[in-house]
Design a protein around this ligand. Structure first.
Ligand code: FES
Ligand SMILES: [Fe+2]
Length: 337
């Protein structure tokens, strides 16, 4: 046994690390969550748009019935990217040999008149359009629904922003900030009126949510319900200085180790006239941008790993387990790559 001389500093020989969390793309699998792909406004009726997703390529096209659909991008004939094709009615036509695919991704016509081969189809992603974004679920069928705010959508005014570029982390790394009570206090300067709500966190296999009351960095009273849906959506229903607003930060997954970021704020139209609601949305967006801006330099440089934790990391530690247990799959793999 090694002996240390009296008074010698204790030098740890190794670091303690928790069990690793599988990275996105590890073993060819990705977490089964809803991911935002683009703004609704980026795909008008009759338009198609190509986007990188899950280390592959997808297209979003909007037919004349106004429905947006996410499909694998590569034409099963010889692989042309459908994002340079053309929308005809409710179909997308490949630019190369004019094969046409309907909104289910089934080839319904070839340019030359040969009957479409039965296997000629695209991967049809579960697609949602909500909060002015177009979303796709990584799976055959969604495991959960996109979150709702406590008020009906038609009563809400909304403001959405998409950020240029991507952060060099998986979306779930960004989600780890929500159960990270130490960072809420140390980095963001929020104070809690109560003990950490560790025992009162509502967990499901696809979400975690908790409530707290406290003060924002500048001292305004806050009453927040915050949480994570899947591995890619931050949710916040908040009363800030007496007025309610909702906030979502969904993260896209173009390829392993990259997260694209969107920010959505909503307010109740009935709480004030249109101009004041717009001004309040502007205020809420700036408030959240300031908070996110505090996280960004850290997330741009972090080498994230479950490391040495303390008792204030109880919720974070449980979230690490949620992430380890989270379902992973990649049913579109052979279509999108
Ligand atoms: S590659 Fe698309 S129709 Fe031939
Ligand atoms: Fe944060």
């Amino acid at each position: 046994m090694a002996t240390a001389s009296v008074g010698a500093p204790l030098v740890p020989r190794r670091r303690f690390l928790g069990r690793p969390i599988p990275a996105e793309g590890a073993n060819g699998l990705f977490t089964q969550s809803w991911f935002p792909l683009c703004l609704s406004s980026q795909v008008a009726k009759g338009q198609v748009r190509g986007v990188d997703f899950l280390d592959g390529r997808v297209v979003i096209f909007r037919g004349e019935n106004s429905r947006a659909q996410v499909l694998s991008a590569y034409c099963p004939h010889v692989g042309a990217d459908l994002s340079v094709g053309e929308v005809l009615g409710n179909t997308i036509r490949c630019a190369f040999h004019h094969w046409q695919y309907d909104q289910r991704g089934v080839c319904v016509k070839t340019g030359i008149g040969d009957p479409p081969p039965p296997g000629a189809c695209l991967f049809n992603f579960p697609t949602a359009e909500k909060y002015d974004l177009i979303w796709a679920f990584n799976g055959e069928t969604p495991l959960f629904e996109l979150p709702d705010f406590p008020y009906p959508e038609d009563e809400l005014a909304i403001q959405v922003e998409a950020f240029e570029g991507a952060l060099p982390v998986d979306p779930w790394v960004l989600c780890c900030n929500t159960p990270d009570m130490q960072h809420i206090k140390a980095l963001h300067g929020v104070t809690f009126d109560q003990e950490d709500p560790d025992e009162d966190i509502e967990w499901t296999p696809y979400s975690m949510l908790y409530d707290f009351k406290g003060r924002h960095a500048n001292g305004e009273p806050i009453e927040y319900r915050i949480g994570i849906y899947g591995t890619s959506i931050f949710y916040q229903s908040s009363i800030f200085d007496g007025r309610w607003f909702g906030f979502l930060a969904p993260f896209g997954l173009p390829r392993p180790g990259r997260a694209t970021t969107y920010m959505i704020v909503v307010a109740r139209k009935s709480d004030s006239d249109t101009a004041s609601t717009e001004a309040f949305l502007q205020f809420a967006m700036q408030l959240e941008k300031k908070v996110v801006g505090e996280d960004v330099p850290i997330m741009q440089t972090i080498h994230f790993q479950p490391g040495t934790l303390t008792k204030s990391d109880k919720a974070l530690s449980k979230f690490f387990q949620y992430l380890r247990d989270y379902p992973r799959a990649h049913p579109s793999a052979e279509f999108i790559t």
